[in-house]
Structure formats: structure tokens, C-alpha cells
Design a protein around this ligand. Structure first.
Ligand code: G3I
Length: 373
């Protein structure tokens, strides 16, 4: 090895130690911001390349599907923990925190919760099943997960309507939310408990969320934070609304997180993330890659988002991406099958211009040097 190559090896090692690249930008997402950085994952069975990417760049993971009621209790009293146990031990072995998702949702929830021999279950029966699900699941993962999305997407997307009309609502009523949070706290006093939803940054949805927060707080219901999902679309990122929502939820004394971030680049008709919505298959516009001009626009818009997150990093505790790389995104399947490019790494695991843009957002020193817990 000549002097030159020894020199460059030493330099490379030093650079990786202080985690900045030659231009002074941080070399990893997790080193770049004061908040935790997460990725959604379906199972610990990932390639070596995916694992290297995950461990180099992320601090947290969210189980994308395996902790939903349909996965954990497909049949009453038959709990299936295999996949989620494997994912949690993978996280523990690799020093990643787990943000568990989700105890109650109207999707991915088997119908037996709401049935009683061909009739709708009574309030008492549905409550009993709900509490039993939460008690069993939260106890099972106690000490192994950092947080729970206790209730997901309970707020109505219909103008003028407060809570979504779901079977949880029709069987139990409005207090199913408070009861769920109480049951979760009882089963694991140390886990943080969150309400998680999409489009709650927009004014009307934000007001409904504030109404829910205040209702819960007035009844001493244990609520620690709000997850703004963040399934946004190219050229339609509602930056002003997002900023107003971060400020408003934080002002209620809650942690604020972006929990399911992606930036869809293939046109779809619907905003938000209604998992039950389907669209008739459009053409697969970009099967062989995204045009450079769109990669650039996506990078610009990710940059604007992270400038905002940087500005409010005293209020944001975590930003989680809904998938590790483009090939792993749900947006390849929803609301119709298409080749999508919503994340910071490509399906070849190479960084996209959007990653460079996010890493290049300069630190706002006055805020970022303050200690964080
Ligand atoms: O696992 C089965 C597979 O066995 C089967 O062959 C295949 C056929 O369709 O379906 C597979 O299940 C799919 C599952 O994802 C796993 O890939 C379901 O059909 C599909 O509906 C399910 O979609 C998930 C969706 O939630 C509904 O649960 C997405 O992956 C997941 O990204 C999405 O995540 C939600 C969040 O939980 C809440 N916020 C919105 C977000 C996007 O909808």
C-alpha cells in the first residue's frame, strides 16, 4: 500500500467516524437530524444490502403489517406472534427501537371482533374483545417496544363529520378510543401511546384532531403523541398546513412525529392514504425508471419538507419513512399496480437525489445543539 492509499484509507476512516462527507454534509440520515429516523418493515428477512442500508441510516423501525389485529389475532383467542417476534428480536439484536403499529384500526381487523352469531356484537362483548386484544398484545411486547400506535385513523375524512363511521364506533361508541388508550397504559406503563392518522395536517382535520386530543386530556386518558402519517404527493405537499399542525399538536403538550412518510410520484386520483380505496389500473408510467427531471423535483420537495422539520426539530421526535427503498413501498400496489419511486433510496439500494437534498439541509445550530431526550 503506497502512502497515498494509506492516507486516503485513514481519511475515509476518520470521515466515517465523524460522520460527515467531504463537503461537510452528514453521511447518514440518522446523524443528520436531532430526531429519530425510522423505516417501516414487513419482516426481518431482508437482503444483506437492505440490512446494511437500514443499520447505517436508521434508528427505529415500524412493523408495516405484522402487528395489525388481522395478523396477530386472525381468529378469536388464537394469537400468532411469529413474524412480529422475529422482527422485534431482529431489532433488538441490531440496536433499533420498535414503534409498534397498530392496536386498533378499521382496516386489517377481522370481522369476528364485531360479530355475535350473525348479529352485531353488543357494546359489552366488543369492549371485552378490544380490551383482551390490547391486554394480550401489549403485555406480550412489554419492554421490547418503545411505543404503540394505539388508535389509527379514527377521525372522519368527511367534511362536517367528527369521527369515522367504523365498526368500532357502531359497536362500542365514541369512547372506544379512550378505553383503548387506558387498556394499553395498564398493560405497559412504560410504552409511549400515540394517535396516528393521515391528512390531519389540513385545517378541518386538524381541528377534529385537536378536539379529540382535548377530549382525551380532559378525561386524563394517557396520550403521549400524535403521528402525522405524511403520505404526500409530488407537487402537492401541503407545507403550510404541515407546519401549522406541528405547532398546534406540540402546543397541546404532545410529542409530534411524522410516521409514514413517502412522496408519491405517479399520479393517483385520491389524496391521503385510505387503504380501502382502489382505482382502476392506470398505465404503469415509469416502469424503467423515473425521468431525471422528476427525480430533481422530488429532491427539491423532500428538501423543503426537511427544512421544515429542521426548523421545528425541537417539536418533532421522529420521522419514519413508509418503507426502506422504492422497491419496498406499498405505493407500488396502491391504489393500483404501478412502479413507484416515493422514497430516498432506489430499488437498487442506491441513494437518490432526494437523499442528497435531505442530507444537505443545513443544521439550525441554535436548536440542534440543545440536549434531546
Ligand atoms: O400478505 C398477503 C399475501 O399473502 C397475499 O398474497 C396478497 C394478495 O393481495 O396480499 C398480502 O397482504 C397485503 C398486505 O398489505 C401485505 O403486503 C394486503 O393485501 C394489503 O392490503 C396490505 O396493505 C397494507 C395496508 O396498510 C393495509 O393493511 C400495506 O402493505 C401497508 O403499507 C398499509 O399501511 C397503512 C398503515 O398501516 C396505516 N396508514 C396507511 C398505510 C397505507 O395504507
Amino acid at each position: 500500500m503506497g502512502h497515498h492509499s494509506i492516507h486516503s484509507t485513514v481519511c475515509a476512516a476518520l470521515l466515517s467516524l465523524i460522520a460527515v462527507d467531504a463537503l461537510g454534509a452528514p453521511a447518514s440520515l440518522k446523524a443528520a437530524y436531532g430526531f429519530a429516523i425510522g423505516a417501516a418493515m414487513n419482516s426481518p428477512q431482508i437482503s444483506q444490502g437492505e440490512k446494511a442500508l437500514l443499520l447505517a441510516q436508521f434508528t427505529n423501525l415500524t412493523p408495516e403489517n405484522c402487528m395489525k389485529p388481522k395478523a396477530l389475532q386472525p381468529t378469536e383467542a388464537k394469537f400468532t406472534f411469529e413474524t412480529s417476534d422475529a422482527l422485534v428480536s431482529f431489532a433488538q439484536q441490531n440496536g433499533l427501537k420498535v414503534n409498534a403499529h397498530t392496536l386498533l384500526w378499521h382496516e386489517a381487523c377481522p370481522d369476528w371482533f364485531f360479530q355475535d352469531g350473525g348479529h352485531p356484537a353488543s357494546r359489552e362483548l366488543a369492549l371485552k374483545r378490544m380490551r383482551n386484544h390490547i391486554q394480550t398484545v401489549v403485555t406480550h411486547f412489554r419492554g421490547k417496544v418503545t411505543s404503540w400506535d394505539v388508535v389509527n385513523e379514527a377521525i372522519s375524512q368527511t367534511p362536517g363529520e367528527y369521527l369515522r363511521k367504523t365498526k368500532w364506533m357502531s359497536c362500542i361508541g365514541e369512547d372506544f378510543i379512550a378505553e383503548a388508550f387506558r387498556a394499553a397504559r395498564e398493560a405497559d406503563p412504560a410504552a409511549e401511546l400515540y394517535y396516528n392518522d393521515y391528512s390531519i395536517e389540513y385545517r378541518e382535520q386538524r381541528e377534529k384532531t385537536l378536539r379529540l386530543i382535548r377530549y382525551l386530556k380532559a378525561r386524563n386518558v394517557p396520550l403521549d403523541g400524535i403521528g402525522i402519517q405524511g403520505h404526500w404527493q409530488l407537487d402537492q405537499v401541503p407545507l403550510t398546513s404541515i407546519e401549522e399542525a406541528i405547532i398546534a399538536f406540540h402546543a397541546e403538550g404532545l410529542k409530534v412525529m411524522i410516521t409514514e412518510l413517502d412522496l408519491d410520484v405517479v399520479p393517483r386520483k385520491i389524496t391521503g392514504a385510505n387503504a380501502g380505496h382502489k382505482e382502476s389500473a392506470g398505465a404503469d408510467r415509469y416502469p424503467n425508471g423515473l425521468p431525471p427531471e422528476m427525480l430533481r423535483r422530488q429532491a427539491e420537495q423532500y428538501r423543503a419538507l426537511f427544512e421544515l422539520f429542521r426548523k421545528h426539530s425541537d417539536k418533532i421526535s421522529r420521522v419514519t419513512f413508509w418503507g426502506l427503498h422504492d422497491g419496498a413501498s406499498w405505493l407500488n400496489h396502491w391504489p393500483y399496480k404501478r412502479t413507484n419511486y416515493p422514497l430516498l433510496w432506489g430499488r437498487d439500494l442506491q441513494p437518490k437525489p432526494a437523499l442528497q437534498a435531505v442530507l444537505a439541509v443545513p443544521p439550525s445550530r441554535s436548536l440542534d445543539l440543545l440536549p434531546k431526550n
